[in-house]
Design a protein around this ligand. Sequence first.
Ligand code: 8DG
Ligand code: MG
Ligand code: MG
Length: 137
Amino acid sequence: MNEAVRVGIGVIVVRAGRVLLGQRQGSHGAGHWALPGGHLEFGEAIEACAARELAEETGLAAARFARGPYTSDVFGSPPRHYLTLFVLAHAVSGEPVRCEPDKCLGWQWCEWDALPQPVFAPLQSLVDSGWRPPDMS
Ligand code: 8DG
Ligand code: MG
Ligand code: MG
């Protein structure tokens, strides 16, 4: 078991009252619905990581990013501990592309109050905290 705490970035893209989620495959949390995101790289700025992961995974670009909440979660088997920094992407146009078909079964616009199940642990933790995206109608 790796006992280091890792930092993950989850990018929140909201459009018309729906949030963009992808169904994971091929790694831990397979089958779970998650935000676009990934590991913060050494020396990388938080917003730069959000922009990079969003582009790598969906092909989308945002005009600006705003820092959101964070969660701390131990999950999986063997257990891993992630600090997840959520970043809100604003003024995103275009439709998401499944850029990494080996890692994502597909992107879907989802209602915050009716998320497809199961939800990836850090996002479930955020939902359970009662937080909601501010631009969610
Ligand atoms: P990378 O190694 O290329 O940076 O990442 P990736 O290939 O995109 O892997 P990932 O599994 O999507 O993301 C890496 C880790 O980031 C993941 O194992 C757990 C962590 N992570 C969180 N929260 C979130 C989240 O909301 N969405 C995503 N996609 N990953 C998250 O802690
Ligand atoms: Mg990812
Ligand atoms: Mg990635």
